[in-house]
Design a protein around this ligand. Structure first.
Ligand code: 13P
Ligand code: SF4
Length: 343
């Protein structure tokens, strides 16, 4: 045990049932070993609604802490070990721009329903809630796009154009009915003619970590192990997903590996911490390796020493919980709750 481990263990004992530590699968092992509840974005959102602890420490990026704070009950507080751990993709959809573009499309007469990937700010979730829309995760995007399509004549999916396109393909929305917005400047340049023809309008964001996977890496894994199975997170580009054997959320990937027979060779296209954890877990029985070593530098900002700092601050009453601006709470919560009810 290192000095941090000892101290964290002692503080956990002191805080007892008042404390719960949650963590996303992309967190590093030194953090994960202290986590009570791990999961993908959807699982963690659901789990928040079931915990009774007064203090919820959320090891993940900022939007995850915000969602947890929205779903927490009165008297519960959510803390992030690192407030600067943001998600680059979530920053690609500034809410002022989203609101403006959405309003413009609505004014053109389209009955558009906004659907934001959970990897977005609380302000964007509030805009979606206010306009009759909801939230989705990579685990339920297909279901939620169908949900949104039933409620309008078109859907604005944001911020991830890759998850949007992969989901459109799974559902069978023809490509001529998609439109990826070309957002420049203040958003007033959008192609309204193309928007009017489209059923699924996509915000042009993406995840740099998942955009690194490509067909060459897949070909080289297949050349090395002809029987290899390739499983990739749906934030990767559609051309890459087309070449894979399976695609799904982080929890889907974990189950896929679990179900694979002994002796399997499996290449995984997602954040490296999860891939390495799976490789270690199945060492000697399944050969698990990364399609490419791709790490999320924001997830990596959460460290064991910072987790210790957070617990110390909770214990001495100086910790600062995640707060949501009052004016956003109702609309953002509605957007999230629509998802939790639908899925
Ligand atoms: P999951 O929805 O699979 O948890 O993924 C979240 C994420 O940030 C992927 O990059
Ligand atoms: Fe955001 Fe990509 Fe990091 Fe996930 S891996 S938290 S989408 S930047």
């Amino acid at each position: 045990m290192n000095q941090y481990q000892d101290k964290i263990t002692a503080l956990r004992k002191k805080l007892g049932d008042d404390l719960i530590i949650m963590g996303h699968h992309y967190q590093n092992d030194a953090v994960i070993r202290h986590v009570d509840l791990t999961g993908d974005s959807l699982e963690l959102a659901r789990k928040v609604t079931t915990v009774d602890a007064k203090h919820i420490v959320f090891c993940g990026v900022y939007f995850m802490g915000e969602s947890a704070a929205l779903l927490a009950r009165e008297g519960q507080h959510v803390y992030l070990p690192e407030d600067d751990a943001n998600c680059v993709m979530s920053q690609m959809a500034p809410y002022v721009l989203v609101d403006k573009v959405l309003t413009r499309i609505k004014e053109s007469g389209r009955n558009i329903v906004p659907l934001t990937y959970v990897n977005s700010s609380v302000a964007v979730k509030a805009v979606c809630g206010k306009h009759g829309g909801s939230v989705c995760t990579s685990a339920n995007a297909e279901k939620m796009v169908r949900w949104a399509m039933e409620r309008g004549d078109s859907v604005l999916f944001l911020p991830d154009k890759n998850l949007a396109r992969n989901t459109a393909k799974t559902i069978g929305i023809p490509e001529e009915k998609w439109h990826i917005l070309n957002i420049r400047g203040d958003g007033s340049q959008i192609d309204m003619e193309a928007v009017k023809q489209a059923e699924l309008i996509m915000w042009p964001g993406c995840c740099a970590i998942h955009a690194r996977f490509n067909e060459r890496q897949i070909a080289s894994a297949r050349a090395k192990y002809p029987d290899v199975k390739i499983v990739i997170h749906p934030e990767a580009a559609p051309d890459v997903i087309d070449q894979a054997d399976a695609a799904g959320s982080t929890s889907f990937i974990i189950k896929y590996v679990e179900a694979a027979p002994e002796g399997s060779n499996i290449a995984i296209g997602t954040e490296l911490n999860l891939v390495e954890r799976l490789a270690e877990k199945y060492e000697g029985s399944k050969n698990i390796f990364p399609l490419l070593e791709s790490t999320c530098s924001h997830m990596a900002l959460v460290t064991e020493p910072k987790l210790l700092n957070t617990l110390e601050a909770i214990a001495d009453g100086t910790a600062k919980p995640v707060t949501i601006p009052e004016g956003l709470v109702e609309d953002a919560k509605i957007a999230l709750e629509r998802m939790l009810i639908a899925c």
